[in-house]
Design a protein around this ligand. Structure first.
Ligand SMILES: [Zn+2]
Length: 319
């Protein structure tokens, strides 16, 4: 049982943010729970569905069984009687995580942890720089105004967040440093240690063109990855990608629509025209997705006719 496996479990539980059934853990993870005693709490999941105790593959509805007991109605195995331990689950003590991360970074204990929004906390200041903990990078891409709320003049911001699936490059503009939870920290002796950069190898990068490179956008701006969209990376048309790229280069500065369109290489119209969903395409994710991304990321002032993209604030220039 290596500390690496224990730490991987901590990261997985934090990223998920919900309890996990014991039955769904691997034997290595079960033994990791023992070494992580103060960090992992036992809990019972009470809901209408549970992991089938027989196949441990499917979730089945919980229904009343004989003798006042309960059954799991597994789609494959049929009704399987439930024992109390079948609902046993584990969860991460997130107060433990936050307090040990503060210790690992030498954060002054007099300023407490601030809950900034769902899944984002300000842990305090380390070397006079604010440190954020976020359950995912996407939460911050979706609401970059969080940075303005904690920014200190003349100081950078550090963000601790789990690595997003399939991402490479730098997720934030200069001045905001990302510390990947999995690689820059590990559990050790009941606490957490901060690893210096460069000790852990970068995960192998594959050539998936959808991977976010500029904030939530892929290298060519044709793909947008957003937590709030349940259907995976959003694919944009060439015109939509050109508008996003143009807005990115204007770095969150309010810009009149005609300038945005000119920089996008488009002759006429307004930026939002390209995202309208025709009546016959309503409700289809491939058409609704780009509109969802536009609404989530682009701000406009109708009276001034200006457009800007908050997440591009301070964005590094494009080659
Ligand atoms: Zn089953």
């Amino acid at each position: 049982m290596s500390s690496h496996e224990a730490w991987s479990l901590v990261c997985r539980l934090f990223a998920g943010g919900t309890p996990v059934f014991r039955g769904a853990l691997s034997p290595t993870e079960i033994s990791a729970c023992a070494t992580l005693a103060p960090a992992i709490k036992a809990t019972v999941v009470n809901r209408t569905f549970t992991l089938c105790p027989y196949c441990q593959l499917h979730n089945g509805q919980i229904v009343g069984g004989g003798n006042g007991g309960q059954n799991c109605q597994c789609p494959d195995c049929g009704p399987i009687p439930l024992a109390p331990e079948d609902r046993a689950a584990i969860m991460l003590d997130e107060n433990w995580l936050r307090s040990r991360l503060r210790m690992a970074l030498d954060i002054e204990s007099r300023d407490g942890v601030t809950d900034l929004s769902d899944g984002v906390w300000r842990l305090g200041d380390a070397r006079r720089e604010p440190v954020l903990l976020s359950r995912s990078l996407m939460r911050l891409w979706a609401d970059p105004s969080i940075f303005d709320r904690i920014r200190v003049p003349g100081a950078g911001i550090r963000v601790i967040a789990p690595r997003a699936a399939q991402m490479r490059g730098v997720p934030f503009p200069t001045g905001i440093e990302w510390l990947p939870l999995e690689e820059r920290f590990t559990s050790y002796g009941g606490g957490i240690v901060h690893l210096k950069a460069g000790l852990a190898p970068e995960p192998s990068t594959d050539a998936d063109p959808r991977i976010p490179v500029h904030g939530p956008f892929s290298a060519d701006f044709k793909w947008v990855t957003l937590d709030s969209w349940p259907h995976g990376p959003i694919e944009c048309t060439d015109g939509q990608a050109a508008v996003f790229k143009a807005l990115w280069t204007f770095k969150a500065v309010k810009t009149v629509g005609i300038r945005v369109m000119r920089r996008a290489g488009l002759s006429s119209g307004k930026p939002n025209d390209l995202f309208k969903v025709k009546q016959r395409h309503k409700g289809r994710p491939e058409y609704e997705g780009p509109l969802h991304a536009y609404r989530a990321l682009v701000e406009s002032n109708k009276r001034e006719g200006t457009y800007w993209m908050p997440c591009a604030g301070g964005a590094a220039g494009l080659p």
